[in-house]
Design a protein around this ligand. Structure first.
Ligand code: HEC
Length: 122
């Protein structure tokens, strides 16, 4: 193989890698845009952690269980955003989920998106 041919192949491979990366990255951000660090800061600041944990049922269901329950429900995000804002009850047991009228819609969306992604540590 000549030097030129080698470089040609390498350039093609690099171009292909960029093409794949370019196709994957916008798809992820459109679907989920999970910001684990921001979500965890928000959920600590709003005392969600006093009733929820990522993996264990406390007073409220574990975030992992919430993610599993709504895994195949494309409307879950919008519905759960309303539950966090206005409160909810009767889905997991007798204890109601309190409302959070003071939280911004953007913060609620960040937390709910993260919960539905299984509440990853990062
Ligand atoms: C006082 C305890 C408490 C606090 C604080 C709390 N939750 Fe809950 N949460 C619950 C309980 C209890 C449920 C189950 C309600 C039910 O059965 O419908 C629940 C349910 C949920 C659900 C699932 C709702 C559904 O309909 O499936 C989500 C999502 C959720 N909480 C997110 C949050 C977030 C985010 C915060 C903080 C902003 C928060 N919770 C704060 C107790 C709490």
């Amino acid at each position: 193989m000549t030097k030129e041919k080698k470089y040609g192949v390498r350039a093609l491979m690099i171009a292909a890698m960029f093409a794949v990366g370019g196709a994957v990255v916008p798809m992820q951000s459109a679907q989920a845009a999970v910001n684990a660090a921001a979500a965890q800061a928000i959920y600590k600041a709003n005392a969600c952690a006093s009733c929820h944990s990522a993996t264990q049922k406390l007073i409220g269901p574990a975030y992992a269980d919430i993610a599993a329950k709504y895994k195949n429900d494309p409307g879950a995000g919008a519905r759960l955003e309303k539950v966090v804002k206005n409160g909810g009850s009767g889905v997991w047991g007798p204890i109601p989920m309190p409302s959070h009228p003071g939280m911004s819609d953007a913060d609620i969306r960040t937390v709910v998106t993260w919960i539905l992604a299984g509440a990853p540590a990062k």
